[in-house]
Design a protein around this ligand. Sequence first.
Ligand code: CA
Length: 239
Amino acid sequence: MEACKGTILVVEDDKHSSDFLMANLISDGYEALVADTGRKAISTTADTLFDLILLDLGLPDIDGMKVLKSIREWSEIPIIIVSSRTEEAGKVAALDAGANDYIEKPFGNNELLARVRAAIRIYRKCWCSKVEVSDSFTNGALQIDYSKHRIAKDGQIIHLTPIEHKIVVTLAQNAGKVLTHDFILRRVWGDDYLSDGQILRVNVANIRRKLEDNPAEPQYILTEVGVGYQMAEPEGVGG
Ligand code: CA
């Protein structure tokens, strides 16, 4: 029998939705548990070691955003927001508050399982990399050596400005994760950063011209429209 892939907490008050999620997760080899209120979600997370939480934002007692913030006070467990709220502002707020990913209802089972797999894989990789700190990043032809401050493609050094370099390193150190505009601005420009998406867009456009084979169809630095950017994870990492 295949080993359990992980234990997932489904936070969802709508029975129809939670039945759908549970059935799909269990048939894919996960163990899963349902909490139908925000309070139960918080207390269950404190009691049990989960590998991931799927969190509905519209809960009957506490708003899902509050549940997210509360869990983030003590836990780094991957949290994927599952919500019918499609506004970009909600997405950005959830990611800024520490959500790892965001999936909009209605969604297909394959998309759900792919996002669950990715979030758990990144989390487990983080655990390992805390023991063995990685000093480089490689994705195909792109190589970043953090300690030598060197970024190369196909063995050729890519010349970036200090700001461009910081942006690439920030994205690479969080590869596979969507970083919001504000998160990147704060990391790169420091606490006095201005919430100015334009300056970031200009820098990313310049980086892509230097880094990507075709800047119009980037394969390394991906755009999450209205939310931020993400560095593509190397293929075949984890599993
Ligand atoms: Ca709901």
